[in-house]
Design a protein around this ligand. Sequence first.
Ligand code: GLN
Length: 248
Amino acid sequence: MKKLIALILALMLAFAGVSAMAESLKMCTNAAFPPYEFYDENSEATGIDVEIAKAVCAKLGYDLEIVDIEFDQCIPGVQSGKYDFAAAGMTVTEERKQMVQFTDTYATAQQVVIVPADCEMTSLDDFVAANGTVKVGVQRATTGDLYMTWDYEDAGKGTVDRYPIGAGAVEALKAGKVDCVVIDNEPAKNFVAQNEGLKILESAYTTEEYAMAFSKESPIYADFNAALNELIEDGTVKGIIDSFIPAE
Ligand code: GLN
């Protein structure tokens, strides 16, 4: 009898353990976009998006599972329901709003132009004026890619080389395969700090807003966005951003 009671108790504890294990939300990102998502020295994914997502999940009682994929797979992956949401330094655009729903925005960013440090051009149009064309490197399917495709490639003023990650575009710039790289300002600052002989042009190309993306049918979107809003209002989000972006 004692043994049976012990067994029943053990089983009950085991079940309690299982049910206490929180359900997890699957976030997709491209963890090559510092300081929004990258791997720390222990090979753990971290960054502004990762830490904000963790804080929202903690508030809602979910665990967070991070899946590192290419940026251009984030929206299709969210649309198909493969991932619960995307947090990837993703700019809100009208085109993307047709495909996904965005949370409130939590960061402002700019598309900037990286060039070799000794470059005398001050804008993309300077290249076009001097050479009749500009060769731009971008990360595939990003807003940098879209704007350069529309404004330079489609306009017959340049060519666009597309790389799976921003660092690939930066390598192409260092190798002289492209004239410049158009990418978000914070990753740009990181790339310039990590690679000698590069600089960022003073005038930014655009200003944009980041938000996390959910499928239009997402059952957790409303709760997630409400929790995110509370974390924006109580200063948690600002604290996270400031911890990754040193004041200038
Ligand atoms: N902000 C850019 C976009 O949304 C780039 C994002 C990224 O490369 N992770 O397209």
